[in-house]
Design a protein. Structure first.
Length: 248
């Protein structure tokens, strides 16, 4: 039984774990600590992506619209934009894609500035995702030191993934994910997973949709307070494989 297998995998981890597995064809679901709040890490970028597409739908922006990369935009951590010379014109589609598939922090901060943090949070609130909040930009150590951080829960991630399935462009971006060392690592290369990872010290997340031949499966794995990050990576590996083996 899949629930027993996942429970056994979690039991071996020194840390807090939240998991949701949902078969979108049958609505069969497994929920473990689904309302627990976790540091969002880069999973928060899914909510920023949703806000962008909501505003495009309203006609405020277009995917083709360009933004000039400036030195002042650049921050550390994941991403490639920090390595490129300023003065490059990037479309909003380019920026959104880099934010997701390479978890580019510079791209993320450009979008937060463009969309407005308050607007992103209002959309989150309007969609009744009660545990999710964006309180700081990426790599903003000063804000974090003051107690401002970004949070989410497995149930809120389930909501944003189900909403994202209504937008083909969002799923297309997520399918091109380049950070594949967690949920997809132990499964057949032919299986497509549209997903987004996140990590911080003691935190390893991966959330997304596994597209099988006869079904689509949402898989959400959030962690915190890990003794070792490698435990969280292996946890994601093993849950991804368990779900794949069950539904293949």
């Amino acid at each position: 039984m899949l629930r027993k297998k996942i429970d056994d995998i979690i039991e071996g981890v020194d840390g807090d774990v939240g998991v949701i597995v949902k078969n979108l064809e049958t609505n069969e679901s497994i929920m473990i600590n689904e309302d627990t709040v976790f540091p969002a890490a880069s999973v928060i970028k899914l909510y920023i992506l949703w806000e962008l597409f909501e505003r495009i739908k309203k006609g405020e922006f277009t995917l083709e619209q360009e933004i000039l990369l400036k030195e002042s935009h650049k921050v550390g951590g994941f991403g490639v934009l920090k390595e490129l010379h300023e003065g490059i014109n990037l479309s909003l589609k380019d920026i959104a894609t880099l934010m997701i598939i390479l978890s580019d922090n510079t791209a993320t901060n450009i979008l937060i500035d463009l969309l407005g943090m308050d607007n992103i949070n209002q959309t989150i609130k309007n969609n009744k995702m009660k545990d999710t909040v964006l309180q700081r930009k990426m790599m903003d150590g000063e804000a974090k030191a003051k107690g401002f951080d970004n949070y989410t829960s497995p149930m809120d991630v389930l909501s944003i993934l189900e909403k994202s399935l209504q937008r083909e462009e969002i799923i297309d971006i997520m399918k091109r994910q380049q950070c594949n060392n967690k949920l997809p690592a132990l499964i057949d290369d032919s299986i497509v997973i549209a997903h987004k990872t996140g990590d911080l010290p003691a935190v390893e997340h991966d959330v997304g949709i596994m597209f099988m031949e006869n079904s689509s499966i949402i898989i959400i794995v959030l962690t915190k307070n890990l003794k070792e990050n490698i435990e969280g990576i292996k946890l994601n590996n093993n849950i991804g494989k368990a779900v794949y083996d069950y539904y293949k």
